[in-house]
Design a protein around this ligand. Structure first.
Ligand code: 2AM
Length: 217
């Protein structure tokens, strides 16, 4: 009935503590600012603007999307397949409300989204649903490959796109399309994967405390 549906959230996930949210946002802004100034980025600017000569302010281009979090299971208030099973899973119940430390190992930018890749531990993978990678058609990637934090979306782009963009980049990586190594930046090494897809592998992963919980909205 409707009451039962109400009891399932929009999604489950790890929510970053508010003090570290600012730090992660700053790091991401710094990255966008730096990327914007690189000649090699300007060379590929048409990926973002459609016109080679136009300029783009990446900090304006992407809009922030609420509290920073890493979605584990999108439940859509019970309408998503497997939502009920996930909510009733004993591990999910056991860890609900617990603190975790997430490791952000890379930042990525596409013409649609900007996000952070989250490298899950074995324990964290216990909270990862069975099939979010397969749902997206990426059957050969390891579990947890889709784990990410959406940092911003271009106009008219929904946050669900961020995980799909990450999977696309990881599929290219797995197919040994090494990408074009661009340069060493202060934060790490930057690689270009074509079509406006940039990946910054962080020299030092950002470790951030996060609470496993759910969001009703
Ligand atoms: P995100 O995890 O990439 O940020 C509410 O919309 C949250 O659920 C957002 O965080 C969003 O994307 C995520 N979300 C929305 N639709 C989704 C879907 N179909 N699959 C997985 N996550 C989804």
């Amino acid at each position: 009935g409707p009451l039962e549906e109400m009891s399932l959230p929009l999604f489950f996930g790890w929510f970053l503590l508010s003090s570290v949210q600012d730090k992660v946002r700053c790091t991401s802004m710094d990255f966008l600012k730096t990327l914007d100034t690189l000649e090699v980025f300007k060379k590929h600017l048409s990926d973002f603007t459609g016109k080679a000569e136009k300029e783009v302010d990446l900090e304006q281009y992407f809009q922030a999307k609420g509290t920073l979090h890493c979605t584990t299971k999108f439940c859509d208030y019970g309408k998503a397949p497997g939502a009920k099973e996930y909510a009733q899973n004993t591990t999910v119940k056991e860890f609900y409300g617990s603190a975790f430390e997430l490791s952000l190992s890379a930042l990525f930018v596409t013409p649609r989204t900007v996000g952070a890749r989250v490298s899950l531990t074995e324990e964290q993978l216990l909270l990862w649903p069975a099939d979010p990678e397969e749902e997206a058609g990426s059957t050969s990637l390891p579990r947890g490959s889709r784990a990410h934090i959406t940092l911003g979306c271009a106009e008219h782009v929904e946050p669900v796109q961020t995980g799909l963009d990450l999977l696309e980049i990881e599929t290219l990586q797995q197919e040994h399309q090494q990408g074009e190594p661009i340069e060493e930046m202060e934060l790490g090494s930057l690689t270009y994967y074509g079509e406006g897809r940039w990946l910054l592998t962080l020299r030092e992963p950002i470790c951030t405390p996060a609470c496993f919980s759910s969001f009703y909205g």
